[in-house]
Design a protein around this ligand. Sequence first.
Ligand code: F6R
Length: 615
Amino acid sequence: MCGIVGYIGHREAYPIVIKGLKRLEYRGYDSAGLVLYDGADLKLSKTKGKVSDLEAKATKEISLNGTIGIGHTRWATHGVPNDVNSHPHVSNSGNLVIVHNGIIENYEPLKKELIKRGYTFKSDTDTEVLVNLIEDVQKKDNLKLGKAVQLALNQVVGAYAICVFDKQKPDEIVVARLGSPLAIGIGENEYFIASDASPFIEYTSNAIYLEDEEMAIVRLHKSLKIRKIKDDSLVDPYIQELQMNLEQIEKGGYDHFMLKEIYEQPSVIKDTYRGRLHANEGMIKMAGVEDNIEKFTNAHRILIIACGTSWHAGLVAEYIFEEFARIPVEVEYASEFRYRNPIITDKDVVIAISQSGETADTLAAIKLAKEKGAFVFGVCNVVGSSISRESHAGAYTHAGPEIGVASTKAFTTQITVLTMIALRLAKIKGTLSKTEYHTYLSELEMMPEKVQEALLTNEVTKEIASVYKNASNCLYLGRGYNFPVALEGALKLKEISYIHAEGYPAAEMKHGPIALIDEQMPVVVIAPKQGHYDKVVSNIQEIKSRSGKIIAVVTKGDEQVRALADHVIEIPESSDPLSPLLTTIPLQLLSYHIAVMRGCNVDQPRNLAKSVTVE
Ligand code: F6R
């Protein structure tokens, strides 16, 4: 998973490409590169490291002129991150240049064949194979670049979003996608190409999202042509009006995107339910649900598939759906689901949850579920993403761009969407009493204010972070609705601070993890008043009697736990099912502050990337 950018038009390409790469760094940041054509020759610069390293290097080593250019920010798959393996890659003739996001699975046999034909390779990448394959095809029959790309891609197995141009014909860029996202921004006789629309948002609000197996030739002074890679048929371009704005993708005064996104939660939860939740009228209206209401009400089972944080949101939803709508729910890791032989029928509703809408395992899992006859409902954040398009129907979370690699607002908005669906089904099935139903509706509507109040825990979490910033391990415990929150809290801590952390259902502690507890071990216990409070208090006592350090997330005014715990973090009162929307907030802040204090790169943790578009 990598980010790609391209520009062709009347402006200088360099500032657009470099700024675009910075916006796409969430997709990968172990190396970066760009190439410009200045009217005479290609100007190539690439380096291991971040886009800022590329900027420093490019400014010194190449002239930055040219109105056509492509760039890449990499998350290594084939070949270690180093200068040579960085993109762009150049063909043997020195004419073709390419940037690529994805994996060419059959690159080894293709490489062997090209070597036999006299080609040489500098890097270990699959991408260098692809650019030479295109060149080979082009040379054989003296083809135009677009045709050569098409024929070459028909020999390729794998996933790609590519951007390629020929220095001998610098008035066009050829792009194509299969399995990796690609957007084309359309200006006045200029085109912007990128893995998502953020790099060109200030230049145009008109964009085309290529579909899988489509390619486009963007040519100056010509209208855009989109074709199917397999059969060459022409596709009518569907131009969308972009919904994001520049402010949404900038830090807005916060030190990190993650912190900004944590603080956005009150407003994005409101955006998520706006126009859907009508507490006064006792109604929930979600078009994707209403249009398929019988699928849901007749479902024998709901199967939730997702990865990472989205999977945790799925676990919360399991508790909510079963409690509210009395429909059996199973939650699966997409990566496991896709490689077993799951029993799925047309009576199943599969809900796929994904912030990016591009996670390869989730995408493959929903394709499998569809093949087996299930109805697939996508809960995605990124509009027009692959999962949203591959699903039969869906609901967007409307959380706005999430740039920090650690997911925060995606989690709470996913829970908001899933809670609304569960409430809608509960109403139809009569599985909640009228009073319960109306109370949950009103409470959900009040959540933005409560989340705002939960954000006041920032100062106390900062103090607690300063005490535990050097810990080597940490346990997170929760029960019921807050067991998945314990998992999520642990995931947040480990991914951005590199402290080993584990989440457990609190009662499971005595079946093993309790052996870990000593005076060095911080244990975060989620203990709101509703739910299994007394049981969790007993668990706290068990930890205390083994000298563990207790950080308890409690309902405001809880004196009982305050008397036992080393630290308490108070959140507003709520019902048990909706409490994850609040308990998760201080856990996000705690991991954020610990990571900052440890000097970690919060927005771009090591080895990670924002969307995992490879297996
Ligand atoms: C954790 C995190 C990841 C993602 C996971 C799924 O903070 O961000 O665990 O949740 O990679 O990504 P999406 O939701 O885009 O499918």
